[in-house]
Design a protein around this ligand. Structure first.
Ligand SMILES: C[S@@+](CC[C@H](N)C(=O)[O-])C[C@H]1O[C@@H](n2cnc3c(N)ncnc32)[C@H](O)[C@@H]1O
Length: 215
């Protein structure tokens, strides 16, 4: 069962899943404002970048074109925060330790075990912000509530270094409901509950047309 789960996570389809805001919010209280953070896996719409900016941080955003293993940001940075591709999690951990800066990586909880990682953790230390539920990752930003979400049956948590005040912190994951998402983005005043009960896809289309965006 455990091996099945590990092989499942190694599947490269989990390299291109995107982090919803509710998975990032529990981490924010441990991130100082006014620091510069490197989001090194920002495909152009990372919610990590968005929330950190709202939090008051400067953010350097790069993606695979820059290649985390070779790129050196021109600006100084204080911390690395990202959700890396899971097929490269050991390599990302190794490189983060090499940078010798505080970091936070959103990883499957099974990344706690393993010989290579165990050696890295023993040598350098690790803190974990354990989330009490599974994050429903997005296939892309627009598809979030309109298409089938990428299902996952593993828990992910924030693996940190020199960030958390304790080695283990347990946090509640407060998922966004469809309704709160629609309330936030909808400028219309029709009965949301009625539409939610019927067809969210249609509801989303109406909202985007009203906002003058392409569907
Ligand atoms: C799991 S997605 C997460 C994206 C975003 N950080 C988020 O949390 O929503 C992983 C991202 O890593 C990027 N990536 C893959 N290999 C990379 C590399 N060698 N250097 C930097 N980014 C890479 C992919 O383009 C993809 O956008």
């Amino acid at each position: 069962m455990k091996n099945a789960m590990i092989n499942y996570i190694k599947n490269e389809k989990f390299d291109d899943i995107y982090t919803p805001e509710y998975a990032i919010t529990p981490l924010l209280e441990y991130i100082p404002r006014n620091i510069t953070v490197w989001e090194c896996c920002d495909f152009g719409g990372s919610k990590i970048t968005k929330l950190l900016k709202e939090h008051g941080c400067e953010v350097i955003s790069t993606d695979k074109e820059e290649n985390f293993f070779e790129y050196k940001p021109k600006e100084n940075f204080d911390m690395i925060i990202t959700n890396p591709p899971y097929s490269l999690k050991d390599e990302f951990l190794k490189k983060c330790y090499e940078w010798n800066k505080p970091f936070c990586l959103l990883l499957p909880i099974t990344a706690l075990e393993g010989k290579t990682r165990g050696e890295m953790y023993r040598k350098n230390g690790i803190e974990v912000l354990v989330l009490d539920g599974r994050v429903q990752f997005m296939e892309n930003m627009i598809k979030d509530y309109t298409k089938k979400k990428s299902g996952n049956w593993f828990n992910t948590s924030w693996f940190c270094h020199n960030v958390l005040p304790e080695k283990l912190i347990f946090k509640e994951l407060k998922k966004q409901s469809k309704q709160s998402w629609l309330k936030k983005y909808s400028k219309t005043s029709f009965n949301l509950q009625k539409w939610l009960d019927k067809n969210v896809k249609l509801c989303y289309t109406i909202i985007t047309i009203k906002k003058g965006e392409k569907t």
